[in-house]
Design a protein around this ligand. Sequence first.
Ligand code: PEP
Ligand code: MN
Length: 360
Amino acid sequence: MLYELFREKPLVVAGPCSAETPEQLYQTILKIKAENPNIELFRAGIWKPRTRPNSFEGVGQVGLDWFLDIKKELNLKTTVEVATPQHVEQALKKEVDILWIGARSSVNPFTVQEIADALKGTNVPVMVKNPINPDLALWIGAIERIMGAGIEQVAAIHRGFSYYGKGKYRNEPMWQIALDFKGQFPKIPLIGDPSHIAGKRELLLELAQRMMDLRYDGLMIETHIDPQNAWSDAAQQLTPTDLKLLLSQVQVRKETFDDDFYTNKLRQMREQIDLIDQEIVNHLAKRTELIRQIGIYKQENNVAIFQPKRWNEIKQTRPNWGKAQNLESDFILMLYKLIHDESIRLQTEENSEGSIEGNN
Ligand code: PEP
Ligand code: MN
């Protein structure tokens, strides 16, 4: 049911953030289908977990009837978010094909377990969004609970992670978490939700492209007949026509290229990378040896490990050296913070009776 939809790669799940009225839901889906005939799976939030009270919290159960009528008339598949055992029961009664667990539910093992218990014996496919906090084990745990209920078809949805303050995105993508998930569970399809990462439609294309470049298996994109006037997530939804435009712009690159010349050249370049990586590691080892010696030397002379002046000097010079070589200074700074943390750890170990911080 869910897995067969991935034959059309990438799987696209479209539909409004929330079902608002029968008309809004029908017009949205009709137009998405007219503009994008390949889309087979449609989303709509029926129960909406909102951060603050007094926001629109979804139309509730009645929306399932609207969705069912549309599903039958247009012959399509539907998915809704469930957050309680009652939601599961009601959604299945109204023939929803696939369920998804939202980020505010996957964060709570009690909630996920209750949903899993309600799913026992159904074998309905379930998509699990990453929890709102950046915790890979919690995401995996939620999927394990669902699979533990005998659900055979599960997918993961990467919707980014919340953080305090304002940044480019509504939710930080933290790509590495999604990639670690993919690395550990290569057989579980990974769907990207650029809408909730972006928070604004202008950023959707670059995010969707990035997801395709990282070989995600699908995209869930919030789409509304009249995004400006949507009752939830107005800034991030696309019109069905803009969805079509976005999908035509996203390039899906080949998984691999079975050509001798290509394979040989790639192998040669990777061999060079291997040699360079060996040099990097050898140099790090030499640097580490010096750090140990400095730690001992400071201890012998009763000098504090942490020397702010020296760290400031490193912080300023290295990113500039990088810049001169066309490397992002932020990247070099991050790299040196990591190296510095390790120096602190080593020198503290060498000098366990000395100051608690290290420097080099
Ligand atoms: C949604 O998909 O509309 C939603 C509420 O998403 P999330 O759980 O990712 O916040
Ligand atoms: Mn939404």
